[in-house]
Design a protein around this ligand. Structure first.
Ligand code: NDP
Length: 445
């Protein structure tokens, strides 16, 4: 790493102790940015990097609620409003027991660059709670969401900060959150949250957008090698919103997705995953992946196994951060891997990324490959602002254009900086320069 950037990095790490995921995200971006600072010394003079690494605002709050047995429960809520140079803070809410400030900050930091890459006017933010919705009744989830919003409402707004979903936060949770916001503020402010239901301000394609977008980005990478998804053998991790829609899109393009996972294990379905059945089990019944295996003949369920043990030509990690390490990456490369498109945020460890890049595997980092979700959230905001709703076809066309554009921006930036095919460098520099120029123009704030 560039010595000037090393000194800034050391200060950032020391100022934010114990936040391993945030450190990882910062280091990964800094490793790309040396050449930019050679061309733009004005960014160093204006302390752009130091400012970028310090969130504009961090909110941590108590979330008290009662469970169905009447017992009082306490969780912790977070919203990190990281950077508003390009627009209102925008980024999801994650409800998962692993959530703490370091996770929220890593996600918020990544979101700044991702949102810049989309070309839409949105800043970066992220939030969530260590609340675990799994196994909770609808009534418990509603009481939790209402309590969470009872604090969060004062910090958000369609021109200020616009949260959406992430792990553990889907249409049900967004509904409860929106209802409470509306009740407290007495405003039907559609643009304050995205991922809303289609009948009350949501956008068609938003539920599919992250998974679809990941596949579209990966398809663009494959095209640079004269190939496509058609005929590829694909492995996907996770079986939530991003994973299911990535599976659907990859198969619609002629691939066979032979395996996917949850945090308990994975399924092998050599015939290609039945997306209808998967949606039924996971989205309608809120069941576990092993229930899918029970219902479909010829499918095996590997309890506790790693989905990365399965050979594939394309891997789409769509579960969570650091789920794919250097050992798993090396094994996938030995199995004939051609491309990786990250549907999740930072699912590959730094070791894994190095293995992929050294082996010449096409590697699309999450901040570029999974940007379709937030981009379609911005399309939802556009529809809300104009009191309009677009057709599925029109919205999907916009998503496709945006993903092709992000791929082009990353590839062209990598070329410009002398590292063709390095999408990590292309995404980091492409996103950074846009934000840095806006920050410079807006003065020292
Ligand atoms: P969901 O909650 O819908 O699904 C998450 C999936 O990942 C589940 O299958 C879950 O399994 C699995 N998972 C979660 N945590 C772990 C873990 N610690 N170990 C193993 N498996 C785990 O979330 P999404 O699909 O929305 O999000 C998945 C990823 O995509 C996240 O990294 C998220 O940040 C990223 N992302 C999401 C966007 C969106 O629009 N939703 C936008 C951009 C990125 P289990 O049910 O067993 O917990």
């Amino acid at each position: 790493m560039d010595a000037r950037l090393e000194a800034i990095r050391d200060t950032v790490l020391a100022r934010n102790p114990g936040e391993a995921e945030f450190h990882q995200a910062v280091v990964e971006v800094f490793e790309s940015l040396g050449p930019v600072h050679d061309r733009h010394p004005e960014f160093l003079d204006a302390a752009i990097l130091e400012r970028l690494c310090e969130p504009e605002r961090q909110i941590i709050f108590r979330v008290p609620w009662t469970d169905d047995a009447g017992r009082v429960r306490i969780n912790r809520g977070f919203r990190v409003e990281f950077n508003s140079a390009l627009g209102p803070y925008k980024g999801g809410l994650r409800f998962h027991p692993s959530v703490y400030l370091g996770i929220v900050k890593f996600l918020g930091f990544e979101q700044i660059f991702k949102n810049a890459l989309t070309g839409m006017p949105i800043g970066g933010g992220k939030g969530g709670s260590d609340f675990d919705p799994r196994g909770r009744s609808d009534a418990e989830v509603m009481r939790f969401c209402q309590s969470f919003m009872t604090e969060l409402y004062r910090h958000i707004g369609e021109y200020t900060d616009v949260p959406a979903g992430d792990i553990g936060v889907g249409a049900r949770e967004i509904g409860y959150l929106f209802g409470q916001y509306k009740r407290i503020t007495n405003r039907y402010e559609s643009g304050v949250l995205t991922g809303k239901g289609i009948s009350w301000g949501g956008s068609l394609v938003r539920p599919e957008a992250t998974g679809f977008g990941t596949v579209i980005f990966t398809q663009e990478m494959l095209k640079t090698r004269g190939t496509s998804f058609d005929g590829q053998r694909v492995v996907v991790s996770g079986s939530g919103n991003v994973a299911i829609n990535a599976i659907a899109k990859a198969q619609s393009l002629g691939a066979t997705v032979v395996a996917c996972s949850d945090s308990s294990g994975y399924i092998m379905d050599e015939a290609g995953i039945d997306v209808g059945l998967l949606r039924e089990v996971k989205e309608v019944e809120r069941g576990r992946l092993k229930d899918y295996a029970v219902r479909r003949p010829g499918v095996s369920y590997v309890d506790g196994g790693s989905v990365w043990d399965v050979d594939a030509t394309v891997a789409l990690p769509c579960a969570t951060q650091n789920e794919l390490d250097g050992g798993a990456a090396a094994r996938l490369v030995r199995g004939g891997l051609l491309a990786v498109g990250e549907g999740a945020n930072m699912p590959s460890t730094r070791d894994a990324v190095a293995v992929f890049q050294e082996a010449g595997v096409l590697f699309g980092p999450g901040k570029a490959a999974n940007a379709g979700g937030v981009a379609t959230s911005a399309l939802e905001m556009q529809q809300n602002a104009s009191r309009d709703s677009w057709s599925f076809e029109h919205t999907e066309e916009r998503l496709t254009d945006i993903m092709v554009g992000i791929h082009h921006r990353c590839a062209a930036t990598a070329d410009e900086y002398g590292e063709p095919g390095n999408y990590v460098l292309g995404a980091n520099i492409g996103g950074f320069v846009k934000v840095a120029e806006a920050m410079l123009a807006q003065g020292l704030i």
